[in-house]
Design a protein around this ligand. Structure first.
Ligand SMILES: Cc1cc2nc3c(=O)[nH]c(=O)nc-3n(C[C@H](O)[C@H](O)[C@H](O)COP(=O)(O)OP(=O)(O)OC[C@H]3O[C@@H](n4cnc5c(N)ncnc54)[C@H](O)[C@@H]3O)c2cc1C
Length: 478
């Protein structure tokens, strides 16, 4: 493998370039990014007084093989001294809220929480858990998350808790999202053990993610029981660190403002046309959003483009707010809002609680992020192309006033309209992705597909998709 081109300089493309650069089998890695900044949705503002505001991901979970894998990468690129860990014992890990019937409700946690009737639920959660073991296995090869959870744990949990959770994680509608693609461990547990509870207790078989040997930082996360982590200068410093590492590796050539326009198969691989000229590569790893890849593929590969185009995305308005003083009535991670309560406002993250290090050093302040829109964007706010920042800010500040009792306006705010930022794994997503990869294999195309469009939307999943693709191409990375 002489030259590998990586398309897209989000965290997926950067991580892929990192794993490629480590392989002695690759002579050169060329990364092509259309914008002037690397990192895609990982984007932070560090204000001149030091306060940090996240416009994309704000906390990464260290759990599982994919979580350990990310921490290994963070250590390897020299960012371990910037880690801000949040342990399970922290209030931000223990306290998560739902806003239902115009009130905040603490989600039940731990055994004691499961044994009690906790508002807004009408029965102790333990009832649903105990009955779940007896529910028959579903017969479909895919099912919506709402239908799966209603069937196994009851409609109330699906309507309130799962509806809210899917809005928090995917900005999506649990009645349309696929359980098999969005929560593979739940689907596998039912398939292999006939029950989610038994699957969690006994294990439910492997995924394509593979084992990861934890390095010193990953081991520390286990010893100290981290629930999530961020970085001192914000999540944006992860892609910055990766880009610096790649530039110093001597093997990678990073090209920004190099939008991929067209790709054509050649006798030795691909010819890729970008804004800045034509590039030849033996193999291409696409970390582009699937629709961007579809636009660049040659007409001869129309069946692949068509399937890539069928993957949908939603738009999220991310509104960062800073208030003077301590305004929160409760201490926790934040609150989610089920779609029956308010379609437009998905949830509010209390950023100051898990990461007080990101607050302004001048006086006491509260940083919040209001997430809005997602699968309901068009219905509530109209077209993302015409909606005004002022109207989005007004909805966000009104939500904070109503939900948290903020008696005065924020002293600082920023509205980021993240268009088409989260892919939606609707029913049958797994089949589409399998069929796309089968097409690539049958045609023997020198092409791999990574990134959030296919195998999971979390930062960990996306980084791991780069690792898996490189290992499938070249064997285990050193
Ligand atoms: C608001 C928000 C909050 C989130 N919160 C969390 C969280 O708390 N925890 C978590 O784990 N995950 C979170 N996520 C999910 C996670 O951030 C994303 O799934 C992940 O960053 C996607 O990375 P990617 O590299 O696959 O895609 P992208 O970030 O979309 O990267 C694709 C890159 O390709 C470039 N590109 C597009 N077209 C072209 C072209 N033609 N030529 C060249 N380049 C092109 C783009 O500019 C972009 O840089 C969040 C996402 C959002 C939007």
């Amino acid at each position: 493998m002489k030259t590998v081109a990586v398309l897209g300089g989000g965290i997926g493309g950067l991580a892929t370039a990192y794993y490629l650069s480590k392989s002695p089998q690759v002579a050169k890695v060329i990364l092509l990014e259309s914008s002037g900044r690397y990192g895609g949705w990982l984007w932070s503002t560090q204000r001149s007084d030091g306060a940090v505001f996240e416009h994309g991901p704000r906390g990464i979970r260290p759990a599982g093989a994919v979580g350990l894998n990310t921490l290994n990468l963070v250590q390897d690129i020299g960012l371990e001294n910037e880690i801000l860990p949040v342990p399970y014992s922290h209030n931000a890990s223990k306290n998560r809220y739902l806003y239902v019937n115009e009130k905040l409700h603490k989600m039940p946690s731990g055994l004691w929480g499961a044994l009690q009737t906790v508002s807004p639920f009408s029965r102790p959660i333990i009832h649903s858990i105990a009955k779940e073991i007896l529910v028959k296995k579903g017969k479909e090869d895919d099912e919506s998350i709402h239908s799966f959870v209603s069937r196994r744990l009851g409609k109330e949990l699906a309507d309130i808790a799962i509806d809210s959770l899917c809005r928090g994680v995917f900005a999506g509608d649990c009645r349309r999202l696929s359980v098999r693609s969005c929560f593979p461990p739940l689907y596998r547990a039912e398939q292999s053990r006939g029950s989610i509870v038994l699957g969690m207790l006994l294990g439910s078989g492997g995924s394509r993610r593979g084992a990861v040997r934890p390095g010193a930082l990953a081991k520390r996360s286990q010893e100290e029981s981290w629930a999530q982590w961020s970085l001192l200068r914000g999540m944006g410093s992860l892609p910055e660190g990766l880009a610096d590492w790649l530039q110093q590796s001597g093997k990678a050539q990073l090209c920004s403002e190099a939008a991929v326009k067209e790709m054509h198969l050649s006798s030795s691989g691909w010819e890729i046309q970008t804004d800045g000229g034509t590039i030849s590569a033996d193999h291409v790893i696409s970390a582009l959003p699937a629709d961007a890849l579809a636009s660049a593929l040659p007409p001869a590969l129309a069946p692949l483009s068509k399937q890539a185009q069928e993957i949908s995305y939603v738009t999220v308005a991310v509104v960062n707010l800073e208030y003077q003083g301590a305004i929160l009535p409760v201490e926790g991670f934040g609150h989610l809002i089920p779609s029956t309560e308010n379609k437009g406002v998905l949830g509010v993250v209390y950023d100051s609680v898990p990461f007080p290090q990101h607050n302004s050093p001048k006086g006491v302040t509260t940083r919040l992020t209001v997430m809005m829109g997602g699968a309901w964007f068009q219905e509530v706010f109209g077209s993302p192309d015409t909606v005004s920042e002022e109207s989005l800010l007004a909805v966000a500040t009104q939500a904070v006033r109503a939900h948290l009792g903020a008696g005065y306006p924020p002293s600082w705010s920023k509205v980021a309209l993240q268009k088409n930022c989260i892919p939606q794994y609707y029913l049958g997503h797994w089949k589409r992705v399998e069929s796309m990869r089968r097409y690539v294999a049958e045609k023997n195309l020198p092409l791999s597909l990574v990134g959030s469009s296919y195998d999971g939307v979390s930062v960990n999943d996306v980084i791991n998709s780069g690792r898996v693709a490189v290992e499938q191409l070249l064997g285990p990375t050193p």
